[in-house]
Design a protein around this ligand. Structure first.
Ligand code: COA
Length: 415
C-alpha cells in the first residue's frame, strides 16, 4: 500500500514539541522528513528530562519518529550553501524558532521563494502580529494567553494549566493541516505559500465554547456552571470545575476505592433522554415522575444534589463496573484512566494508538502512534534518528554531493 504523502520531501527545522509533532504526523503519512540539527548539539530535547544517561530522551524520541537527521550549521557560509540546495530540493519547510531567527540567518520568505517558488513555508510562533509577536513561547504560556488557564480549575482556586499539550501538539496539528491544504492548493496553482500558526490562536480555537459563554454572560448567569444558582458570576467566563461544556450536565464522581486510588472516578453525563434509566439504575425511581426532578429545567438549579446522589451509587462500585452498567443504558460516561492503565490497555496496542518501539541505544519504549487512521495509508512507527545519522545519505542521496565535497563540508564544521 502506498503512503498518502509519498514523494513529498520536508525540510524540518523544528525543535522542542510544537513543530516536531507536525512533521512527525507528516512523516507517518509517508513524507520524507529531513530534520536539520545543529552539529554536536541537535534538538535541545535530545538532552532534556533524560531518564538514561547519554541516551536520547523520551521527550525527543517520542516526537521525532520516522524522520532522518542531518547536522548542518546554517549560520556558516558552507552551511548556508548546503541549506540553499536543500530548500531547492524540498516541497515544504517547517520551522518553529523564535521570531526572526531564520531571517537573521538570511533565509527570509522572499529569499526562500527566490530559491524555490513551489516551496510551502510553515511556521509556528507563540503569537500572531501584535504586542507579543516577538516573545518566545512555551506550552503553558500559550495555555495562559489563549483562554484555557483562566477557564480551567475550581472557582475558588488559581487558574490551572491542563496536562494535554494543547499549545504545542495542538498547534502542530493545525500546522500539519495548513501544510497539506497548501500542498493541495499547489497542485492547481503551481505555487507555494506561507502557512503561519500562532500558539495563542491554537489554544483559543480549542476554547471556542468559553468565548461562547463570555457572550452568554451578558444575558444572565450560566445555568450549567456550578456557580449557579448560589455562587457569584463576574464579568468574565469563570472556571467551570468539572462541569460539562455542553448543554448536557456532567460531573466527575467517586467510585469504589477512591480513598486510596486517585483515579477511582468516573465522568457521568445526565443526558435528558436517558434520565429515567439513570434514575432507575441509581435506585431513585421516585425521581422519574417527580416534577421536582423529572425535567432538565427542574434539575438545573440542583445539579450538586443530582450528582451527590449518583455518587452515592458509584461509590459502591469500581469505575469499570459503573461503565458496564451504564453503557448498555446509553448513559454517556467515561472512567478516569491513569497513564498506567492507558499504557497497559491491549485495545490501544491493537489499534496502533500506543506502540512499542525499539531504539538502538535506549532499547524498547512506548510511544503514542498516529491518532489519524487512513485505510489505504497505514502508519508504521519507526524509531527517531540519532543525531546526524543520515547526514551522508542526505548530502549524497538528496543533494548529489561527492565523497570529497562531503568530506570538505565536514572539515569546515558545516556538517
Ligand atoms: C521554543 C523557543 C522558546 C526556544 O527558544 P530558544 O531555545 O532560545 O531557541 P531559538 O528558537 O531562539 O533558536 C536558538 C538559536 O539557534 C539557532 N539555530 C537553530 N538551528 C541552527 C542550526 N542548524 N545552525 C545554526 N544555528 C541554528 C537559531 O538560528 C537561533 O539563533 P539566533 O538566536 O542567533 O537567531 C523558541 O524557539 C520559540 O519561541 N519558538 C516559537 C514558538 C514555539 O514553537 N514554541 C513551542 C516550543 S514547544
Amino acid at each position: 500500500m502506498s503512503k498518502a504523502l509519498e514523494g513529498v520531501r520536508i525540510l524540518d527545522m523544528t525543535h522542542v514539541q510544537s513543530g516536531p509533532t507536525c512533521t512527525q504526523l507528516l512523516a507517518w503519512f509517508g513524507a520524507d522528513v529531513i530534520k536539520v540539527e545543529r552539529p554536536g548539539v541537535g534538538d535541545a530535547t535530545r538532552g532534556q528530562l533524560r531518564d538514561i544517561p547519554d541516551v536520547d530522551s523520551l521527550y525527543f524520541t517520542m516526537l521525532n519518529h520516522n524522520k532522518r537527521s542531518v547536522t548542518l550549521n546554517t549560520k556558516s557560509d558552507k552551511g548556508k550553501e548546503i541549506f540553499s540546495k536543500l530548500i531547492e530540493s524540498c516541497d515544504v519547510m517547517v520551522e518553529n524558532f523564535a521570531p526572526g531567527a531564520l531571517d537573521r540567518m538570511g533565509f527570509t520568505w522572499e529569499r526562500i521563494q527566490e530559491l524555490n517558488p513551489r516551496m510551502i513555508y510553515a511556521s509556528v510562533k507563540g503569537f500572531g502580529a501584535g504586542p507579543f509577536e516577538d516573545c518566545k513561547v512555551y506550552e503553558n504560556v500559550a495555555q495562559c494567553t489563549g483562554g484555557s488557564a483562566s477557564t480551567t480549575g475550581f472557582d475558588d482556586g488559581p487558574p490551572l494549566v491542563t496536562g494535554a499539550q494543547i499549545g504545542d501538539s495542538g498547534t502542530g496539528l493545525n500546522l500539519a493541516l495548513g501544510i497539506v491544504t497548501a500542498l493541495f492548493h499547489r497542485e492547481r496553482s503551481g505555487r507555494g505559500q506561507r502557512v503561519s500558526c500562532a500558539m495563542q490562536d491554537g489554544v483559543l480555537n480549542l476554547c471556542r465554547v468559553k468565548l461562547r459563554d463570555q457572550q452568554r454572560l451578558a444575558h444572565g448567569p450560566l445555568k450549567e456552571y456550578p456557580q449557579y444558582p448560589n455562587g457569584e458570576f463576574n464579568d468574565a467566563t469563570p472556571r467551570a470545575n468539572n462541569a460539562s461544556g455542553g448543554g448536557q450536565p456532567g460531573w466527575v464522581v467517586k467510585c469504589r476505592g477512591w480513598e486510596t486510588d486517585p483515579n477511582a472516578y468516573i465522568y457521568v453525563i445526565t443526558q435528558a433522554a436517558i434520565w429515567p434509566k439513570l434514575a432507575q439504575a441509581i435506585g431513585r425511581e421516585d425521581w422519574i415522575d417527580d416534577p421536582e426532578w423529572a425535567t432538565p429545567e427542574a434539575r438545573l438549579p440542583k445539579l450538586e444534589a443530582v450528582f451527590a446522589e449518583i455518587e452515592k451509587w458509584t461509590m459502591t462500585k469500581t469505575k469499570f463496573e459503573v461503565m458496564d452498567i451504564l453503557n448498555p443504558l446509553n448513559v454517556p460516561c467515561g472512567p478516569i484512566l491513569s497513564m498506567k492503565e492507558i499504557a497497559e490497555e491491549p485495545s490501544l496496542r491493537d489499534t496502533g494508538t500506543v506502540v512499542e518501539v525499539d531504539h538502538p541505544t535506549r532499547g524498547k519504549y512506548l510511544t503514542v502512534g498516529n491518532p489519524i487512521k487512513l485505510s489505504d495509508s497505514p502508519s508504521d512507527v519507526l524509531r527517531s534518528p540519532l543525531l546526524g545519522e543520515h547526514t551522508d545519505d542526505i548530502l549524497k542521496g538528496v543533494l548529489g554531493m561527492s565523497d570529497a565535497e562531503v568530506a570538505a563540508a565536514k572539515e569546515e564544521g558545516a556538517v
